[in-house]
Design a protein around this ligand. Structure first.
Ligand SMILES: C[S@@+](CC[C@H](N)C(=O)[O-])C[C@H]1O[C@@H](n2cnc3c(N)ncnc32)[C@H](O)[C@@H]1O
Length: 467
């Protein structure tokens, strides 16, 4: 029987032993098994068999042969691989050819690598970029790479941007990544979010979690048109982007809404808010990361299926909507998440670790919450999950549409700071009354401020020199 041990033993025997083995076990799975289990090759290994297998009819064998050729030093022949590349149809084999040539790290292969930059497959281009980045002192290679900044593929252009065009320390460095401004800590402002944000410095918030007003579905959310509503949200998320620290998250809770028909002779209209909002977010520098589904029990949602249950006529199907979205975005940056995490001290990293029992899927089953004063409040559990998965202790969590202040209370319970805006007087007062009840013995008192008081505080903050 063919085993890994046999392959290892024969490869050290030198001349021809592996070639004979391949000849004896000539069906695809066995040949592939032999090729994939060769590991490091001894210096006396005869690689002729690999070059012979480049003509094999099965692409998986050609791929494994190319991989082994990539391990060679003296007997490596880039030109043979390049000839195969020119005639090869399988894109995985082509990628492996580029990878093998790149692995040689030889400046003499530069012109071949330049050829690969012209490939239609962006993954091949990326592989060639990776290989060329090794020649960091070669002005020819650098110029060729820089010229890819306008490459039509977004991943290619973003790699080039990160490597050659991103200014280091572009962020406001007046305050460190883990810190924020004193005047924003545990503050609720009674104001229109856009007005309040014009007094907030850039790069001051670590996480935003919010549920925007639903387009004309509640009395606090009346807009002249759907486009006016989307334009308003665009402005809010542009401003939120400015005040968000580099690489940090925005999580928006939305769902499609329905505006009921005006009479039986008209139709109701459904607005796909999450899908219409998404392009505005991406266009303004928010990188899409995840879609999390908030799943509610069917008994807790409005019954839409009643009519269909009786008539069962196709086209009249109206399922009960038991889901909402949590749309997860990150402020676009060339920096990896590791850079963000390294901004915290070891103690904070350890203390912020997410405890056992965290959700492992993107479907979060959570009961909705009903409130006698506010008609659309977050369940505390939803806020706690978002805050603990997407922020560190001591971070500033922002909710532009505060409502009853659930985000603030959850943030406080998890040792985070919060900053909230809410324009409705009644909801603002409601938040205040809730805070009074909850913080009898709490030293971290929440500041409830009018816009004027907030502006004054912002001007008095010693760290601010820009307002
Ligand atoms: C869906 S509710 C948020 C409820 C909140 N998540 C909670 O748990 O209580 C949206 C809130 O946004 C507020 N709002 C609407 N437009 C606003 C604006 N321009 N500035 C600040 N708040 C606004 C509304 O008054 C409403 O309370």
């Amino acid at each position: 029987m063919l085993t890994k041990e046999t392959v290892t033993e024969l490869k050290y025997r030198g001349d021809g032993a592996i070639a004979t083995l391949i000849k004896n076990y000539n069906e695809v799975s066995s040949v592939k098994f032999i090729l994939d289990n060769l590991g490091r090759l001894p210096s006396n290994f005869n690689p002729d068999i690999f070059y012979k297998l480049l003509a094999h009819a099965h692409s998986a064998i050609r791929l494994s042969a190319v991989k082994n050729i990539g391990k060679l030093n003296d007997r490596f022949d880039a030109n043979i691989l390049y000839s195969l590349y020119k005639n090869e149809n399988d894109t995985n084999v082509k990628r492996e050819i580029v990878s093998s040539i790149g692995r040689q790290r030889k400046i003499t292969n530069k012109s071949l690598l330049f050829e690969f930059l012209k490939d239609n497959d962006p993954k091949i281009v990326c592989q060639a970029i990776r290989a060329l980045l090794v020649f960091e002192n070669d002005s020819d290679a650098i110029e060729r790479l820089k010229s890819l900044i306008n490459h039509p593929n977004e991943i290619v252009s973003s790699i080039i941007c990160k490597e050659f065009f991103v200014k280091e320390n572009s962020a406001d460095t007046r305050i460190s990544h883990a810190a924020t401004y004193q005047f924003l800590k545990n503050v609720v402002v009674h104001a229109d979010v856009l007005e309040a944000l014009s007094y907030v410095p850039s790069e001051s918030v670590h996480l935003t979690f919010t549920s925007p007003p639903y387009y004309n579905a509640r009395d606090y959310s009346i807009y002249p048109s759907y486009q006016a509503y989307l334009d308003f949200l665009e402005k809010v998320f542009i401003a939120t982007h400015r005040i968000t620290k580099e690489g940090r998250f925005l999580i928006v809770n939305t769902s499609p809404i329905i505006i009921p028909r005006i009479s039986r002779s008209h139709s109701s209209k459904r607005y796909p808010i999450p899908f219409d909002l998404h392009p505005y977010l991406v266009k303004n520098g928010w990188e899409f990361i995840d879609d999390i589904i908030w799943l509610k029990p069917e008994a807790s949602v409005k019954n839409r299926i009643g009519g269909f249950m009786q008539h069962r006529k196709p086209l009249g199907y109206k399922p009960n909507s038991v889901t909402e979205y949590l749309m997860v975005y990150r402020k676009s940056t060339a920096k990896l998440l590791d850079w963000n995490i390294k901004s915290y001290d070891q103690k904070t990293v350890i203390e912020s670790k997410v405890p056992d029992g965290y959700e492992t899927t993107n479907v979060w089953k959570i009961d909705p919450c009903f409130d006698k004063v506010h008609s659309a409040i977050f369940p505390v559990e939803l806020c706690k999950r978002v805050i603990s998965y997407y922020s560190y202790k001591g971070d500033l969590v922002f909710d532009p549409f505060g409502g009853s202040g659930t985000v603030g209370r959850a943030a406080k319970a998890l040792d985070r700071l919060f900053f909230i805006t809410e324009q409705d007087k009644d909801y603002y007062e409601y938040m205040k009354s809730k805070a009074r009840q909850l913080s009898m013995n709490d030293e971290r008192v929440t500041q409830f401020l009018t816009l004027e008081e907030f502006i004054k505080r912002s001007k008095n903050d010693a760290n601010r020199s820009d307002c």
